[in-house]
Design a protein around this ligand. Structure first.
Ligand code: HXC
Length: 512
């Protein structure tokens, strides 16, 4: 055969992965193939493949007969919105996308190139885990990947999409990466599957219930995003990248933006008259940021805090906001973990932070104390305090107790702190405060309720406002809500060349 024709023939064979029948099976499950996913994700014609002809070296269990060009993973580089990305996409049609030693080597090659060239890496995971026929060679391959994920952490963005099974050690590479997306009903993640669970704990549970997208979005918080189908998932990855720089030395892309009338009168009426009545912080966020730019992260997990990306005046920002519409916006273990992780991503990748505060404090109770609200609450405090990106705070209503300190107070390094006239900056709510400090007076009064109310009012008048904090410079300016967007656009622009020097050290020791 002509040598050129031989090459063509081999290329065509490789493109078929595990063969036409297995591709059909993949489609019947409602899943795309590894190559179809890459085509949808990358700019048209931009994909360049690396390692098309790699095959495994295993000779055990008749594996020398089971050779597939590419060995179950498609690797290479290409562009998304004209920006360079590296990609690996596991091919379930080849031995269930299982990870052999050579399959791992291909992924490692891509991770190394991504790190050396400072561009994001995207993993599309669809794999039965370690290739069982290869034993420890496969386990070693996983560890080689994990190690590279860790070396790249905070240097280049790493995104994982789970588009099929992801079992055993396979879950730990995505877990180390920055963001995980899962597809509903066709993807799942667990360290041990339902059959092992049944043997060990006698629980009868389906894959979906044990590690489906909904479970990881709401209960475990393992996944940051869920999508109803693969196309939606791939489109989401493109959008997510638009908020993120190529690496830790660069800034996120700035989008065209023309200044217009930036006053937002609607903001003046968002805070209810009754300070204990909830409102939806997301409505407030939508008014503050550029139209349709808010991309929520971890939407269904710890809903009492909101985190996500947005743009303001065309510039990418990360938002952390208490959500009064869920558990009154209280800080608990999960909220703190969720927000701390997000803050650290933003800080590592030069995305400025906007913190919106309406928080009644930390959640009391044995459940929280015994599960470590002290250590976990400290995560958010640590993360915000450590962050050197521009940091701006707006207190809309309550900023009580330790949560005032934690939520990007001036004291932990915020650059600019604004408060609305509705802000209440105090050690605690007036009712509780009156009960403690005027205990004897209330007890001695003929009409105890009336006395309590009187003292509550006294405390409210003194502390349930932003003026005491502003007098000390803890608040830089008290502003009417409608001008908040104008102020933020100007302030983030003013802070864009911020340089913060950190003490020399190997790394800090965030409470884990
Ligand atoms: C080799 C595998 C494989 C694996 C699947 N296949 N998983 N081959 N090693 N791990 C092969 C199957 O033999 C089959 O081959 C093809 O892939 C498709 O698999 P099916 O079972 O037909 O598909 P499906 O019904 O969709 O089930 C998918 C699955 C199941 C849920 C992933 O295959 C499964 O449970 N696999 C084993 C999962 C597992 O226990 N992995 C090891 C985890 S331990 P044919 O030729 O029939 O098409 C681990 C340790 C890593 O990963 C530790 C690192 C620290």
């Amino acid at each position: 055969m002509n040598k050129f024709d031989l090459l063509k023939q081999k290329q065509q064979e490789a493109l078929l992965g595990g063969g036409v029948k297995r591709i059909e099976t993949q489609h019947k499950k409602g899943k795309l193939t590894a190559r179809e996913r890459i085509q949808l994700l990358l700019d048209e014609g931009s994909f360049e493949e690396v390692g098309l002809f790699v095959t495994h070296r295993s000779k055990d269990f008749g594996m020398e007969q089971e050779l597939y060009l590419g060995d179950g993973v498609v690797t290479g580089y290409g562009k998304i919105n004209n920006r360079l990305v590296y990609i690996f996409s596991q091919d379930f049609t080849v031995l269930g996308g299982s990870l052999s030693e050579t399959h791992a080597e291909k992924i490692c090659k891509i991770l190394d190139m991504a790190l050396q060239n400072g561009a994001p890496v995207i993993g599309l995971n669809d794999s039965g885990g370690a290739r069982i026929q290869e034993g420890v060679a496969s386990l070693g391959g996983y560890a080689d990947i994990f190690h590279r994920n860790v070396q790249s952490s905070g240097v280049i963005p790493q995104l994982s999409a789970i588009m099929g099974p992801c079992a055993g050690g396979a879950v730990y590479s995505p877990a180390i990466t920055d963001f995980i997306s899962m597809v509903e009903h066709t993807s799942y993640m667990f360290v041990t599957g339902p059959s092992v669970v049944k043997t060990v704990t006698h629980e009868n549970i389906s894959s979906e219930e044990l590690g489906g997208a909904a479970v990881h979005a709401s209960k475990s918080g393992v996944t940051h995003f869920t999508h109803s189908n693969e196309v939606e998932c791939l489109n989401h990855l493109k959008r997510l990248l638009s908020y993120i720089p190529q690496n830790c030395e660069e800034d996120a892309p700035v989008y065209p933006y023309e200044a217009a009338d930036e006053t937002r009168a609607k903001l003046n009426s968002i805070i209810p008259e009754n300070p204990n009545q909830p409102y939806d912080m997301k409505e407030l966020i939508e008014e503050l940021v550029d139209a349709d730019s808010f991309l929520e992260v971890h939407q269904h997990y710890a809903e009492n805090i909101i985190v996500g990306f947005a743009r303001i005046g065309g510039r990418s920002i990360g938002i952390v906001a208490n959500q009064p519409a869920s558990m009154a916006g209280v800080l608990d273990i999960n909220a703190s973990k969720k927000a701390a992780r997000f803050v650290r991503f933003c800080d590592a990748f030069n995305v400025p932070l906007l913190v919106l505060v309406d928080v009644p404090g930390f959640l009391p109770g044995t459940d929280q104390e015994w599960n470590g609200i002290i250590t976990n609450g400290a995560k958010l405090l640590y993360a915000l305090s450590e962050a050197t990106v521009p940091k701006i705070t707006v207190i809309t209503r309550k900023a009580y107790g330790g949560a005032y300190d934690v939520m990007n107070s001036k004291h932990i390094g915020a650059d600019l702190n604004y408060a609305w006239p509705t802000a209440e900056i105090a050690v605690m709510g007036a009712k509780g405060a009156a009960e403690i400090i005027f205990k004897n007076e209330i007890a001695a009064a003929d009409d105890k309720d009336a006395k309590w109310k009187e003292k509550e009012l006294e405390y409210t008048e003194k502390f349930a406002n932003p003026y005491g904090a502003a007098a000390r410079g803890f608040i830089d300016e008290i502003i009417v809500p409608e001008v908040t967007r104008v102020k933020l656009i100007k302030a983030f622009k003013m802070l864009e060349n911020k340089v913060a020097v950190r003490p020399k050290r190997k790394h800090g020791n965030i409470p884990m």
